[in-house]
Design a protein around this ligand. Structure first.
Ligand code: NAD
Length: 308
Protein backbone atom coordinates (compact mmCIF):
# COMPACT_ATOMS: atom_id res chain seq x y z
CA UNK A 1 0.00 0.00 0.00
CA UNK A 2 1.52 3.36 -1.07
CA UNK A 3 1.18 5.46 2.02
CA UNK A 4 1.88 9.11 2.73
CA UNK A 5 0.96 11.47 5.55
CA UNK A 6 -0.49 14.68 4.13
CA UNK A 7 -2.97 15.52 6.89
CA UNK A 8 -2.78 14.59 10.55
CA UNK A 9 -4.95 15.13 13.61
CA UNK A 10 -3.69 15.44 17.14
CA UNK A 11 -6.26 14.81 19.86
CA UNK A 12 -5.26 16.60 23.07
CA UNK A 13 -3.63 20.01 22.91
CA UNK A 14 -1.67 20.04 26.16
CA UNK A 15 2.10 20.07 26.57
CA UNK A 16 2.73 17.12 24.26
CA UNK A 17 -0.20 17.51 21.84
CA UNK A 18 0.75 21.08 20.97
CA UNK A 19 4.44 20.13 20.72
CA UNK A 20 3.74 17.21 18.37
CA UNK A 21 1.34 19.31 16.26
CA UNK A 22 4.05 21.95 15.93
CA UNK A 23 6.65 19.34 14.99
CA UNK A 24 4.39 17.94 12.25
CA UNK A 25 3.68 21.46 10.95
CA UNK A 26 7.42 22.18 10.99
CA UNK A 27 7.92 19.38 8.46
CA UNK A 28 5.05 20.65 6.30
CA UNK A 29 2.13 18.46 7.39
CA UNK A 30 -1.26 20.19 7.72
CA UNK A 31 -2.31 19.41 11.27
CA UNK A 32 -5.63 19.65 13.06
CA UNK A 33 -5.36 19.89 16.84
CA UNK A 34 -8.51 18.92 18.73
CA UNK A 35 -9.31 19.08 22.44
CA UNK A 36 -12.34 19.23 24.63
CA UNK A 37 -13.33 22.89 24.81
CA UNK A 38 -13.46 23.79 28.49
CA UNK A 39 -12.67 27.44 27.86
CA UNK A 40 -15.09 29.98 29.24
CA UNK A 41 -16.90 32.73 27.40
CA UNK A 42 -15.85 36.28 28.19
CA UNK A 43 -18.44 38.50 29.92
CA UNK A 44 -18.89 40.41 26.65
CA UNK A 45 -19.62 37.21 24.70
CA UNK A 46 -22.12 36.10 27.34
CA UNK A 47 -23.78 39.53 27.15
CA UNK A 48 -24.06 39.16 23.37
CA UNK A 49 -25.73 35.76 23.90
CA UNK A 50 -22.95 33.85 22.13
CA UNK A 51 -22.16 30.20 22.82
CA UNK A 52 -18.87 28.28 22.64
CA UNK A 53 -20.08 26.85 19.33
CA UNK A 54 -20.39 30.27 17.67
CA UNK A 55 -17.87 30.80 14.91
CA UNK A 56 -16.50 34.09 16.23
CA UNK A 57 -15.93 32.57 19.68
CA UNK A 58 -14.21 29.56 18.15
CA UNK A 59 -12.00 31.85 16.08
CA UNK A 60 -11.02 33.63 19.27
CA UNK A 61 -10.22 30.30 20.97
CA UNK A 62 -8.18 29.31 17.96
CA UNK A 63 -6.37 32.66 17.97
CA UNK A 64 -5.67 32.39 21.68
CA UNK A 65 -4.42 28.81 21.43
CA UNK A 66 -2.16 29.79 18.55
CA UNK A 67 -0.80 32.72 20.50
CA UNK A 68 -0.12 30.37 23.42
CA UNK A 69 1.72 28.02 21.07
CA UNK A 70 3.78 30.91 19.74
CA UNK A 71 4.78 32.06 23.20
CA UNK A 72 6.03 28.69 24.46
CA UNK A 73 9.72 28.63 25.32
CA UNK A 74 11.67 26.92 23.88
CA UNK A 75 9.49 27.49 20.83
CA UNK A 76 8.02 24.30 19.37
CA UNK A 77 7.73 26.09 16.02
CA UNK A 78 10.42 26.77 13.46
CA UNK A 79 8.49 29.61 11.75
CA UNK A 80 5.19 31.47 11.47
CA UNK A 81 4.54 29.38 8.34
CA UNK A 82 4.36 26.29 10.57
CA UNK A 83 1.76 28.03 12.70
CA UNK A 84 -0.39 28.57 9.61
CA UNK A 85 -0.45 24.81 8.99
CA UNK A 86 -2.07 24.18 12.38
CA UNK A 87 -5.83 24.33 12.63
CA UNK A 88 -7.44 24.28 16.05
CA UNK A 89 -10.85 22.87 16.88
CA UNK A 90 -12.80 20.94 19.45
CA UNK A 91 -13.44 17.24 19.34
CA UNK A 92 -17.20 17.43 19.62
CA UNK A 93 -17.82 19.87 16.75
CA UNK A 94 -14.99 18.87 14.43
CA UNK A 95 -14.97 15.12 14.88
CA UNK A 96 -16.08 14.38 11.30
CA UNK A 97 -12.82 15.88 10.05
CA UNK A 98 -11.08 12.75 11.39
CA UNK A 99 -12.38 11.07 8.23
CA UNK A 100 -9.90 13.12 6.13
CA UNK A 101 -6.81 12.25 8.14
CA UNK A 102 -3.93 9.98 7.13
CA UNK A 103 -2.67 9.83 10.71
CA UNK A 104 -4.46 10.47 14.02
CA UNK A 105 -2.44 10.74 17.23
CA UNK A 106 -4.10 10.38 20.63
CA UNK A 107 -2.36 12.70 23.13
CA UNK A 108 -4.89 13.10 25.96
CA UNK A 109 -4.34 12.58 29.69
CA UNK A 110 -2.53 9.44 30.87
CA UNK A 111 -5.64 7.44 31.76
CA UNK A 112 -6.67 4.15 30.16
CA UNK A 113 -10.43 4.78 30.31
CA UNK A 114 -10.17 8.23 28.72
CA UNK A 115 -7.85 6.90 26.01
CA UNK A 116 -10.25 4.01 25.28
CA UNK A 117 -13.14 6.46 24.92
CA UNK A 118 -11.12 8.56 22.48
CA UNK A 119 -10.22 5.45 20.45
CA UNK A 120 -13.91 4.53 20.24
CA UNK A 121 -14.64 7.98 18.77
CA UNK A 122 -11.69 7.69 16.37
CA UNK A 123 -12.87 4.20 15.30
CA UNK A 124 -16.27 5.61 14.38
CA UNK A 125 -15.00 8.54 12.30
CA UNK A 126 -11.63 7.66 10.76
CA UNK A 127 -11.19 6.44 7.19
CA UNK A 128 -10.22 2.78 6.83
CA UNK A 129 -6.51 2.21 6.47
CA UNK A 130 -5.51 5.46 8.19
CA UNK A 131 -2.81 5.15 10.83
CA UNK A 132 -3.76 5.80 14.44
CA UNK A 133 -1.31 5.99 17.31
CA UNK A 134 -1.06 6.88 20.97
CA UNK A 135 1.53 9.04 22.66
CA UNK A 136 1.01 7.30 26.01
CA UNK A 137 4.06 7.26 28.25
CA UNK A 138 3.48 3.67 29.21
CA UNK A 139 -0.13 2.44 29.30
CA UNK A 140 -0.62 -0.90 27.50
CA UNK A 141 -1.15 -0.23 23.78
CA UNK A 142 -2.89 -3.59 23.43
CA UNK A 143 -5.38 -2.89 26.25
CA UNK A 144 -6.16 0.50 24.78
CA UNK A 145 -7.25 -0.86 21.39
CA UNK A 146 -8.59 -4.30 22.45
CA UNK A 147 -12.28 -3.48 21.90
CA UNK A 148 -11.83 -1.57 18.62
CA UNK A 149 -12.50 -2.73 15.04
CA UNK A 150 -10.09 -5.09 13.29
CA UNK A 151 -9.05 -2.38 10.81
CA UNK A 152 -8.13 -0.02 13.62
CA UNK A 153 -6.22 -2.73 15.48
CA UNK A 154 -4.15 -3.44 12.34
CA UNK A 155 -3.35 0.24 11.88
CA UNK A 156 -2.68 1.11 15.52
CA UNK A 157 0.55 1.39 17.48
CA UNK A 158 2.25 3.47 20.15
CA UNK A 159 4.31 6.47 18.96
CA UNK A 160 5.93 7.86 22.06
CA UNK A 161 7.49 11.29 21.53
CA UNK A 162 9.62 12.95 24.20
CA UNK A 163 9.26 16.39 25.72
CA UNK A 164 9.88 18.78 23.99
CA UNK A 165 9.17 17.00 20.66
CA UNK A 166 10.94 19.64 18.57
CA UNK A 167 14.23 19.04 20.35
CA UNK A 168 14.30 15.49 21.66
CA UNK A 169 15.27 12.96 19.06
CA UNK A 170 13.92 9.74 20.50
CA UNK A 171 10.70 8.22 19.20
CA UNK A 172 9.64 4.88 20.67
CA UNK A 173 7.29 2.88 18.47
CA UNK A 174 5.27 0.12 20.10
CA UNK A 175 3.38 -2.43 18.01
CA UNK A 176 0.78 -4.87 19.34
CA UNK A 177 0.17 -8.43 18.14
CA UNK A 178 -2.40 -6.96 15.72
CA UNK A 179 -0.26 -4.20 14.17
CA UNK A 180 0.29 -4.78 10.46
CA UNK A 181 4.08 -5.14 9.90
CA UNK A 182 3.72 -2.85 6.86
CA UNK A 183 2.29 -0.11 9.13
CA UNK A 184 5.12 -0.56 11.62
CA UNK A 185 7.74 -0.39 8.86
CA UNK A 186 6.09 2.72 7.38
CA UNK A 187 5.98 4.54 10.74
CA UNK A 188 9.62 3.67 11.38
CA UNK A 189 10.67 5.09 7.98
CA UNK A 190 8.41 8.12 8.34
CA UNK A 191 9.71 8.81 11.87
CA UNK A 192 13.31 8.66 10.72
CA UNK A 193 13.11 10.28 7.29
CA UNK A 194 10.29 12.82 7.64
CA UNK A 195 10.24 13.62 11.35
CA UNK A 196 13.99 13.40 11.86
CA UNK A 197 13.74 11.09 14.83
CA UNK A 198 15.86 8.24 16.13
CA UNK A 199 13.29 5.46 16.18
CA UNK A 200 13.45 2.57 18.63
CA UNK A 201 10.96 -0.28 18.70
CA UNK A 202 9.83 -1.13 22.22
CA UNK A 203 7.80 -3.97 23.71
CA UNK A 204 4.37 -3.19 25.10
CA UNK A 205 5.48 -3.32 28.75
CA UNK A 206 4.65 -0.67 31.42
CA UNK A 207 6.40 2.62 30.50
CA UNK A 208 8.25 0.92 27.59
CA UNK A 209 12.02 1.61 27.72
CA UNK A 210 13.03 5.22 28.40
CA UNK A 211 10.29 6.03 30.91
CA UNK A 212 10.80 2.79 32.80
CA UNK A 213 14.35 3.95 33.47
CA UNK A 214 13.43 7.64 33.71
CA UNK A 215 10.68 7.29 36.34
CA UNK A 216 12.94 5.00 38.38
CA UNK A 217 15.82 7.49 38.27
CA UNK A 218 13.69 10.50 39.12
CA UNK A 219 11.84 8.83 41.99
CA UNK A 220 14.96 7.39 43.58
CA UNK A 221 16.71 10.76 43.32
CA UNK A 222 13.76 12.68 44.76
CA UNK A 223 13.33 10.31 47.70
CA UNK A 224 16.98 9.70 48.57
CA UNK A 225 18.26 13.24 48.18
CA UNK A 226 15.42 14.84 50.12
CA UNK A 227 15.83 12.22 52.87
CA UNK A 228 19.45 13.32 53.12
CA UNK A 229 18.22 16.83 53.80
CA UNK A 230 19.16 18.47 50.49
CA UNK A 231 16.94 21.29 49.24
CA UNK A 232 15.24 21.33 45.83
CA UNK A 233 17.83 23.83 44.60
CA UNK A 234 20.71 21.72 45.85
CA UNK A 235 19.35 18.53 44.26
CA UNK A 236 18.88 20.35 40.97
CA UNK A 237 22.36 21.74 41.16
CA UNK A 238 24.05 18.36 41.67
CA UNK A 239 21.83 16.53 39.18
CA UNK A 240 21.92 19.40 36.67
CA UNK A 241 24.62 21.98 35.92
CA UNK A 242 27.29 20.30 38.03
CA UNK A 243 27.15 17.18 35.88
CA UNK A 244 26.71 19.06 32.62
CA UNK A 245 22.91 18.82 32.30
CA UNK A 246 21.89 22.47 32.76
CA UNK A 247 18.30 21.96 31.60
CA UNK A 248 17.55 18.47 32.84
CA UNK A 249 17.90 18.68 36.60
CA UNK A 250 15.55 16.53 38.67
CA UNK A 251 12.87 18.93 39.91
CA UNK A 252 13.04 21.13 36.79
CA UNK A 253 12.31 18.04 34.72
CA UNK A 254 9.31 17.19 36.90
CA UNK A 255 7.97 20.74 36.42
CA UNK A 256 8.40 20.46 32.64
CA UNK A 257 6.76 17.02 32.43
CA UNK A 258 3.86 18.01 34.73
CA UNK A 259 3.57 16.48 38.20
CA UNK A 260 0.10 15.07 37.49
CA UNK A 261 1.33 13.34 34.32
CA UNK A 262 4.46 12.09 36.07
CA UNK A 263 2.37 10.56 38.89
CA UNK A 264 0.19 8.73 36.34
CA UNK A 265 3.27 7.48 34.53
CA UNK A 266 4.95 6.25 37.74
CA UNK A 267 1.66 4.56 38.59
CA UNK A 268 1.76 2.60 35.29
CA UNK A 269 4.67 0.65 36.77
CA UNK A 270 3.58 0.82 40.43
CA UNK A 271 0.42 -1.14 39.61
CA UNK A 272 2.38 -3.93 37.92
CA UNK A 273 5.19 -4.56 40.41
CA UNK A 274 5.42 -6.11 43.87
CA UNK A 275 7.58 -5.94 47.00
CA UNK A 276 10.43 -3.44 47.22
CA UNK A 277 9.86 -2.21 43.66
CA UNK A 278 6.40 -1.02 44.70
CA UNK A 279 7.86 1.39 47.24
CA UNK A 280 10.25 2.74 44.57
CA UNK A 281 7.47 3.53 42.07
CA UNK A 282 5.09 5.05 44.63
CA UNK A 283 4.63 8.79 44.14
CA UNK A 284 5.76 10.51 47.37
CA UNK A 285 2.95 11.95 49.50
CA UNK A 286 4.27 15.51 49.28
CA UNK A 287 4.05 15.35 45.47
CA UNK A 288 0.50 14.05 45.69
CA UNK A 289 -0.37 17.01 47.94
CA UNK A 290 1.12 19.40 45.37
CA UNK A 291 -0.99 17.74 42.65
CA UNK A 292 -4.15 18.00 44.80
CA UNK A 293 -3.39 21.72 45.11
CA UNK A 294 -2.98 21.99 41.31
CA UNK A 295 0.76 22.65 41.54
CA UNK A 296 1.35 20.76 38.30
CA UNK A 297 4.56 22.53 37.28
CA UNK A 298 5.08 24.84 34.30
CA UNK A 299 1.62 24.26 32.84
CA UNK A 300 -0.03 25.72 35.97
CA UNK A 301 2.79 28.24 36.50
CA UNK A 302 3.58 26.67 39.89
CA UNK A 303 5.35 23.45 40.70
CA UNK A 304 8.67 23.09 42.49
CA UNK A 305 9.44 26.44 40.88
CA UNK A 306 7.23 29.46 40.34
CA UNK A 307 7.01 30.39 36.64
CA UNK A 308 7.16 34.14 36.17
P1 NAD B 1 -1.52 17.69 29.45
O1 NAD B 1 -2.17 17.56 30.78
O2 NAD B 1 -0.61 18.83 29.19
O3 NAD B 1 -2.63 17.72 28.28
C1 NAD B 1 -3.66 16.77 28.17
C2 NAD B 1 -4.70 17.35 27.24
O4 NAD B 1 -5.69 16.36 27.01
C3 NAD B 1 -5.42 18.58 27.84
O5 NAD B 1 -5.34 19.65 26.91
C4 NAD B 1 -6.83 18.09 28.04
O6 NAD B 1 -7.82 19.12 27.88
C5 NAD B 1 -6.94 17.03 26.94
N1 NAD B 1 -8.02 16.10 27.14
C6 NAD B 1 -8.36 15.44 28.27
N2 NAD B 1 -9.44 14.66 28.05
C7 NAD B 1 -9.78 14.82 26.74
C8 NAD B 1 -10.81 14.32 25.92
N3 NAD B 1 -11.70 13.48 26.40
N4 NAD B 1 -10.85 14.72 24.62
C9 NAD B 1 -9.94 15.57 24.11
N5 NAD B 1 -8.94 16.10 24.86
C10 NAD B 1 -8.87 15.73 26.15
O7 NAD B 1 -0.78 16.29 29.21
P2 NAD B 1 0.52 15.98 28.32
O8 NAD B 1 1.70 16.18 29.17
O9 NAD B 1 0.39 16.67 27.01
O10 NAD B 1 0.36 14.40 28.13
C11 NAD B 1 -0.47 13.84 27.13
C12 NAD B 1 -0.05 12.39 26.87
O11 NAD B 1 1.35 12.38 26.46
C13 NAD B 1 -0.12 11.49 28.11
O12 NAD B 1 -0.48 10.21 27.72
C14 NAD B 1 1.32 11.54 28.65
O13 NAD B 1 1.64 10.42 29.45
C15 NAD B 1 2.11 11.56 27.36
N6 NAD B 1 3.47 12.13 27.46
C16 NAD B 1 3.73 13.21 28.26
C17 NAD B 1 5.03 13.73 28.33
C18 NAD B 1 5.35 14.92 29.18
O14 NAD B 1 6.55 15.21 29.38
N7 NAD B 1 4.38 15.67 29.70
C19 NAD B 1 6.05 13.15 27.55
C20 NAD B 1 5.74 12.05 26.72
C21 NAD B 1 4.45 11.54 26.70
Amino acid sequence: MGRSIKRAAIIGSGIMGSGIAAHLANVGIATLMLDIAPEKLTDEEKYKGLSLQDKCVRNRLSYRSKQALKKQKPSPLTSDKSLELIEIGNLEDDVTQLGDMDWIVEVVVENLDVKKQILEVIDKHRKKGSIVSSNTSGISIEKMVSSCSHDLKQNFLGTHFFNPPRYLKLLEIIPTKWTDPEVLAFVRRFGENDLGKGVVEAKDTPNFIANRIGTYGLLVTVKEMLERGLTVGEVDSVTGPLIGRPKSATFRTLDVVGLDTFAHVANNVYEQVTGNEKSIFKTPDFMQTMINNKWFGEKSAQGFYLKR
